[in-house]
Design a protein around this ligand. Structure first.
Ligand code: NAP
Ligand code: 3JM
Length: 351
């Protein structure tokens, strides 16, 4: 096929947007044009794309005239208002925010797991939450082989998942604390959640709150992991509980995942499955202290899995450690991978 795509990146100056640009520099998609969009504040700024300086433009509905593919990561409010404007003008939208994820008309896709759902798209495809994506990549091969009855996950999430300003906050607080400023004088302004009333230091801390609190005292981030797992695996019966924690790491989300399979299996079988699973790198050699680490995941597209052990009390219960670059597989790479998959399936168009 000779089509070349005109692509818009919405939120191009952000933590996710800048990684979108890097992923587009590496993509196999044939590109005719890349348009960078952000708020009025950034209009006129330039960003490098494949050695070329591109000027950032202010996002307006007309930005999408002539655009074939729009990658959104500028917050739910922007997606709500502008994704329909993009579709109206003939663009396919891959949206990184939570705004459309649970809409039954919108496929929620991790290509390694449920790319067939792309056939149902009506112009908008949702990219799942970063913490959900890496967990799905690790668990889908096990679900296919032995079924999944229950998942209990605790996350150790990097600050870059909360945006560029949160990364600055971690840096400022760390330097300030090491310079002698007491913890109660660090003046946090963003974390744990920009949208909540109180703010706490992230430097030298662990905050068991990501996004705001919701039903049953679970946070929205925890509800995202629960609801999105059901939708992506197309199984409402999987029991899921999540505890999401922010830690003072810049990039790379880590997760302690406990599962109970429906059928009998063992550690050796799970390792053999993950060894050949798409998008997974098995790093599991305790005798040589080999296991996934957040620092090593930075810049990589894969999900790293290790520390696989049987539960000592529950038959068919297993524990593992799952790590991935939250800005890549958790956001920018999964979005560009969705676009590449749409192209391969001849679905990168609005009917
Ligand atoms: P960020 O670093 O704060 O960047 C926000 C981006 O949005 C910037 O480019 C900003 O442009 C742009 N923006 C803000 N207000 C805008 C407006 N009124 N019009 C146009 N552009 C506007 O945040 P981020 O970490 O990149 O995250 C962006 C969004 O992506 C999040 O809000 C979230 O919904 C989504 N996200 C998804 C995942 C995932 O798991 N899939 C992970 C992280 C984030 P300026 O530079 O002009 O302000
Ligand atoms: C990750 O709308 C907003 O303010 C964005 C909040 C946000 C989200 C979200 O809900 O879209 C920040 C960071 C996410 C996400 O991926 O769910």
């Amino acid at each position: 096929m000779s089509t070349q795509y005109r692509v818009a990146v919405v939120g191009a100056t952000g933590a996710v947007g800048t990684k979108m640009i890097e992923m587009l520099e590496q993509t196999s998609l044939p590109l005719a044009e890349v348009k960078l969009l952000a708020s009025k504040r950034s209009a006129g700024k330039t960003l490098n794309f494949n050695g070329q300086e591109l000027v950032v433009e202010e996002l307006v509905p007309e930005s999408f005239e002539g655009i074939d593919l729009a990658l959104f990561s500028a917050g739910g409010g922007i997606s709500k208002k502008f994704a329909p404007e993009a579709v109206k003008r003939g663009a396919v939208v891959v949206d990184n925010t939570s705004y459309f994820r649970m809409d039954p008309e919108v496929p929620l896709v991790v290509p390694e797991v449920n790319k067939e759902a792309l056939h149902q798209h009506k112009g908008i495809i949702a990219n799942p939450n970063c913490s959900t994506i890496q967990m799905m990549v690790a668990l889908e091969p096990i679900r296919q082989a032995a079924g999944l009855d229950r998942i209990i996950v605790s996350t150790y999430q990097a600050v870059s998942g909360a945006g560029a300003q949160a990364m600055e906050e971690l840096k400022r607080e760390t330097l300030s604390y090491l310079d002698g400023t007491p913890a109660n004088e660090l003046n946090p302004e963003i974390l744990p959640s920009g949208g909540d009333k109180k703010h706490y230091p992230i430097s030298f801390n662990a905050l068991p709150q990501i996004d705001v609190f919701a039903e049953d005292d679970y946070t929205y981030e925890e509800w995202k992991m629960i609801n999105e797992t059901h939708k992506i695996m197309d199984d409402q019966a999987i029991k899921v509980a999540a505890t999401c924690v922010r830690i003072p790491v810049f990039s790379g989300h880590s997760e302690s995942v406990y599962i109970e399979t429906k059928e009998k299996t063992d550690v050796a079988a799970i390792k053999a499955l993950l060894e050949k699973a798409p998008g997974v790198v098995l790093e599991d050699d305790p005798s040589n202290q080999i296991y996934p680490q957040a620092l090593n995941s930075i810049g990589k597209k894969e999900t790293f899995v290790g520390r696989i052990r049987r539960d000592l009390d529950v038959e068919n219960g297993f524990h593992m450690w799952v790590v991935s670059d939250n800005l890549l597989k958790g956001a920018a790479w999964n979005s560009v991978q969705i676009a590449e998959t749409l192209h391969e399936m001849d679905l990168l168009r609005v009917e």
